[in-house]
Design a protein around this ligand. Structure first.
Ligand SMILES: [Zn+2]
Length: 71
């Protein structure tokens, strides 16, 4: 049986999952947190990073809306 090693340098570009790893204070390990919209601020949206296992808040972020046209 011949073992054909496939080159793995081609990755699908649609793989754009937001898998953020953060340390959970309760689980004491890095978890793939879920992003939850907390509130909408005038300067951006505030998100919470929640542990999928215990539901603890592992962090937060404010995402400012990128103005269209300006990079
Ligand atoms: Zn946890």
């Amino acid at each position: 049986m011949a073992t054909t090693s496939m080159p793995q340098n081609r990755r699908p570009s649609f793989e754009r999952m937001e898998a953020t790893l953060l340390a959970c204070p309760k689980c004491k390990r890095a978890v793939k947190v879920r992003k939850r919209l907390l509130l909408v601020l005038p300067n951006g949206d505030k998100y919470l990073y929640v542990c999928p296992d215990c539901g603890s808040t592992c962090g937060e972020t404010i995402e400012t809306p990128s103005p269209a046209g300006i990079r």
